[in-house]
Every structure is written in structure tokens, then in C-alpha cells.
Design a binder for this molecule. Structure first.
Ligand code: NAD
Length: 499
């Protein structure tokens, strides 16, 4: 077993070489081996990174849009060329299979491509002669230093939801990735530097609650983009807004897939398996609750179970379908839901603890698990399990299924499977969820639309990327100007009226 490598911060354009202080372990989840030791930044290190970013922001925000876009285009080319390297880092620390890791890098790349159009996205409005001799125009300007705090499950894509747009809008960014799999974020920061981003404009500080709390309360941090579990998202939102910051805090999820009796059941079964067990269920858009409108449940459960038997579980570098969970602790927590489900009376159709695993060592594996006859009061349903556990709930009608989805406190993603266009149209109108799929199980919006849930899946008003992202990372200013003959001056204390 080799000595774990030190993983440190990336500050002012280079790896940080100060004293390590508190550290945390980073594992290869497929083997269970500790491969890295990540520095957990104390408040002083985070504060220094923010102050330095503030200095770098002044110059960066003053650069022409042409110069800023050149950096974005260069980054896009570099990441496209090195996407396999970044994906390999994701697999090594998160555990998801390589093809899936490449998919997440590619979806992140889409946001960089969207950000390349920033000159167009930042165009303001202009009104000539709004009043006699008076013109009005609007601009959007950068905020300053913004913080991005990301979760373990998309170590490349989630930072990419925010960083390219925040930079394109002229901000400096302090990124705090998950301490469980920090290397992909560091690799991205190195690519930004290679693309020509000036030192200090993107800082990566590794850390835990201490680093996050410093960012949420620092006077020079203007906005916070957070993604993680709902309790932490709520805490981040409340703390950072209390300190005067603009916040978008994306939280957890319980995503439902509603299958109507007229649906193509093979399509629905494929979708349930793909969306339930891809990335070992560690996706905020994973389907964890399949709501079957009777009489299709028996048939659907049989089709899903047959497909699950074909899945290969193991080390993500070996061409398997599904990898391990991120840590041993998380694996054990997810496994505890299997006992709880059985004790509560749900029917355990496929037990992931029995799955054969293709990996060396003591990886954090739990195979795909299927429960039938799950009831809304069971912890299988009430909790976000965030693992490869799919629960089937049986309902008698579309209305009963819709009511179930809408009563759930989360509202991230949902999908309906049907061949009835009218039912699908009703669902997309009536469901209280931010992202809806029609015969599409994981409806992650493309980068020119915005990503975000409703209810306890998002605190704040603004979703990620797309034009909402541009608005989040800028503030508007309206200029009213008159270039009139000086003889038109004169005193008038009345409120300005347009004529
Ligand atoms: P997490 O909430 O444990 O951690 C997220 C970030 O917050 C990490 O950077 C972590 O270091 C930090 N953090 C953790 N505890 C903290 C605390 N007490 N105070 C301050 N900071 C803290 O989430 P996770 O386990 O890394 O990620 C999985 C969660 O993220 C799931 O709930 C998932 O649904 C959610 N998620 C949501 C979306 C979305 O778009 N809504 C996307 C991805 C993941």
C-alpha cells in the first residue's frame, strides 16, 4: 500500500505549501485504500485566499469581454482535450464508473461552452429619447468575490455549473470542493491557469465546516453558490443571507418516476434501472421512488428485477455498470436502510448485499437493491438514501400518484412515463417539482436552461447556469443620461418626470 499523497489548496495560481494542520482522508472507494490526505483549511488560510481573490478581481473585471472570452475558449479546448484525465480523477476518488465520470465532465464542459457566449449574454438594453434629450441604458456588472461550495457526488460537474459563468461575468471565485474527492476541482483550476486565467481569480480551498463558515461570513464574499444536502443547504442559506450575501443553495432530493398503465413498460424498466442505479444512486437526480399506477406494478417489478440481474458491479476502471459508494460510512448507512425496510414490512425483491463484485481489496460496495410495496411512512421513502436503492410504491390512479409527488418535501426532479400526451401535459403543469421529464428519467436541463429544484431542494430564488446563472453572478445598473445644451439647465426640486 503506497503512502497517501498530500492534497492541498490552489491559491494565487499555485499549490499551497504552508503547514498541513488539520487533514482528512481521501479514499479509492473501489479498493478501500486511502490514497490521499487533504488539507482542511483553517479560517486564516481561507480569509487570505478571499482577500487575494478580491485584489485579482479588480483587474479581471476590468478586462475587455474579448480578452475574458479568449480565456474561456482556451479553457474549453483544454478541458475537451484532457477530459479523460479529469474523469479518471473522478473515478479514483468518487468511485463512479469511467464512462459515467466522462459524462459528468462533458456536462460540465457544456456550461463552459455556454459561458463562451458571455459577450452576448451580458448585452444590456438601450432606449434612446426615453424623455426629451434623455437616453437610458442598462448594464450588468460583476459582484466581486463569489464562493462556490460543492458536494462529493459530482466533483467536476457541479463546480463547472458555476465557475465558468462566475468568471465569465467578471467575478473572482473561491471554490471549496468536497473534502471526500477534491482532486478533480484542483485539476480544473490548473487548466484555468493554463488557459490564461490570471493568478488569484480562481482559488481552490479544501476544507470542511470551518472553511465553509469562513466563506459564509467573510465581508469580501458577495455571493454563495452551494450544492449539498438539504440540512446544510438550509444552514448555508440562512447564515450567508444573514451576512448580506446573495445565495443559491441547492439541496437534496427524492425523485419520483410515475409510470402510467399505458406506458411502454420496457422503456420504463430500462429508465428505472438507469436512473436508479447509475452512479450507485449518488445523483441528486437519481430516481429513488418509482410510483406505479396499477395494474402495472407486478409486471414492471419483474422487468426491473430481470434487468438488475444483468448489471456488473465493481471497480469503475474495469468496464462495470456500477461502482462503489463514496465512503465506508456512507455505504453502511445506505445498507442500514435495507434492514429498516424489511422491518417496516416492505418487500425486498433484490438484495444488493448479495451482489457479486468485480474489484480488489475492501471497497465500499453495495449492489443494486429493489424494494416493492413501499409505503409513504417508511424510512425507505421519507429519507434521501443517496444509494442504489429503488423503492416501488403502488397507487390506484394518476391523481393518487400526483398527490404523492406533490406532498413530498423535496422537488428536484421527476418523470412521467406514458404514451398519453394529454396525461403528460397535465403532469408537467400540475407537478410541484423544478425539473420534469416526459419519458426521460433524468431530466437535467442543458446548459442554456437553468438547473434547480423547488421546495426543500433549493433555497434562494435563482437556479444554476443558463440566463439565471448570468443574473446571479451580476448586478444590474441603469444609467440615465442627458447631453443637452447647457442653456436647458435651471433649478427644479420636483421629482423627475419624463416628457
Ligand atoms: P453535504 O451537504 O454533506 O456537503 C456539501 C458541502 O458542504 C461539502 O463541500 C461539505 O464540505 C460542506 N459541508 C458539509 N457539512 C457541513 C456543515 N455542517 N457546515 C458547513 N458545510 C458543510 O453533501 P454531500 O454529501 O457532499 O453531497 C450529497 C448531497 O448533495 C445529497 O443530498 C444530494 O442530493 C445533494 N446534491 C444536490 C444537488 C442539486 O442540484 N440539488 C446536486 C448534487 C448533490
Amino acid at each position: 500500500m503506497s503512502t497517501p499523497a498530500r492534497i492541498t489548496h490552489f491559491i494565487d495560481g499555485k499549490p499551497w505549501h504552508g503547514p498541513a494542520g488539520r487533514t482528512g482522508p481521501v479514499h479509492n472507494p473501489a479498493t478501500g485504500e486511502q490514497t490521499g490526505t487533504v488539507d482542511l483549511a483553517p479560517a486564516e488560510v481561507v480569509s487570505a485566499a478571499v482577500r487575494s481573490a478580491r485584489t485579482a478581481w479588480r483587474e479581471w473585471s476590468g478586462l475587455s469581454l474579448a480578452r475574458r472570452s479568449q480565456v474561456l475558449f482556451a479553457f474549453r479546448e483544454l478541458l475537451n482535450a484532457r477530459r479523460h484525465e479529469v474523469a479518471a480523477l473522478v473515478t479514483a476518488e468518487h468511485g463512479k464508473v469511467l464512462s459515467d465520470a466522462l459524462g459528468e465532465v462533458t456536462r460540465g464542459l457544456e456550461v463552459a461552452e455556454f459561458a463562451c457566449g458571455i459577450p452576448h449574454l451580458l448585452k444590456g438594453g438601450y432606449t434612446e429619447n426615453a424623455a426629451t434629450g434623455v437616453d437610458v441604458h442598462s448594464v450588468r456588472q460583476s459582484l466581486g468575490v463569489v464562493a462556490v461550495i460543492s458536494p462529493f457526488n459530482f466533483p467536476a460537474m457541479v463546480p463547472m455549473w458555476f465557475v465558468p459563468l462566475a468568471l465569465a461575468c467578471g467575478n473572482a471565485v473561491v471554490l471549496k470542493p468536497s473534502e471526500k474527492d477534491p482532486s478533480a476541482a484542483l485539476a480544473l483550476a490548473a487548466l484555468w491557469k493554463e488557459a490564461g486565467l490570471p493568478d488569484g481569480v480562481l482559488q481552490v480551498v479544501n476544507g470542511d465546516k470551518e472553511a465553509v463558515d469562513t466563506l459564509l461570513t467573510h465581508e469580501d464574499v458577495r455571493a454563495v453558490s452551494f450544492v449539498g444536502s438539504t440540512p446544510v443547504a438550509r444552514y448555508v442559506y440562512e447564515t450567508a443571507t444573514a451576512h448580506g450575501k446573495r445565495v443559491q443553495a441547492l439541496g437534496g432530493a427524492k425523485n419520483h418516476m410515475l409510470v402510467l398503465p399505458d406506458a411502454d413498460l420496457d422503456l420504463a424498466a430500462d429508465a428505472a434501472v438507469n436512473a436508479g442505479f447509475g452512479s450507485a444512486g449518488e445523483r441528486c437526480m437519481a430516481v429513488s421512488a418509482l410510483v406505479a399506477v396499477e395494474p402495472v406494478a407486478d409486471d414492471l417489478v419483474a422487468r426491473i428485477a430481470a434487468r438488475m440481474a444483468k448489471l456488473r458491479v465493481g471497480d469503475g476502471t474495469r468496464g462495470c455498470d456500477m461502482g462503489p459508494l463514496v465512503t465506508r460510512q456512507h455505504r453502511d448507512k445506505v445498507a442500514s436502510y435495507l434492514d429498516a425496510g424489511v422491518a417496516a414490512g416492505a418487500a425486498l425483491v433484490v438484495d444488493g448485499r448479495d451482489t457479486a463484485v468485480d474489484a480488489d481489496g475492501e471497497g465500499f460496495f453495495l449492489g443494486p437493491t429493489l424494494f416493492d410495496r413501499v409505503e409513504p411512512h417508511m424510512s425507505l421513502y421519507t429519507d434521501e438514501i443517496f444509494g442504489p436503492v429503488l423503492s416501488v410504491l403502488r397507487v390506484r390512479s394518476y391523481d393518487e400518484g400526483l398527490a404523492l409527488v406533490n406532498a413530498n418535501p423535496y422537488g428536484n426532479g421527476t418523470a412521467i412515463f406514458t404514451n398519453d400526451g394529454g396525461a403528460a401535459r397535465r403532469f408537467q403543469n400540475e407537478v410541484e417539482v423544478g425539473m420534469v421529464g416526459v419519458n426521460v428519467p433524468i431530466p437535467v436541463p442543458v446548459s442554456h436552461y437553468s438547473f434547480g429544484g423547488w421546495k426543500q431542494s433549493l433555497f434562494g430564488d435563482t437556479h444554476a447556469h443558463g440566463t439565471e446563472g448570468v443574473h446571479f453572478f451580476t448586478r444590474g445598473k441603469v444609467v440615465t443620461s442627458r447631453w443637452a445644451d447647457p442653456s436647458h439647465g435651471g433649478l427644479n426640486l420636483g421629482f423627475p418626470q419624463n416628457d
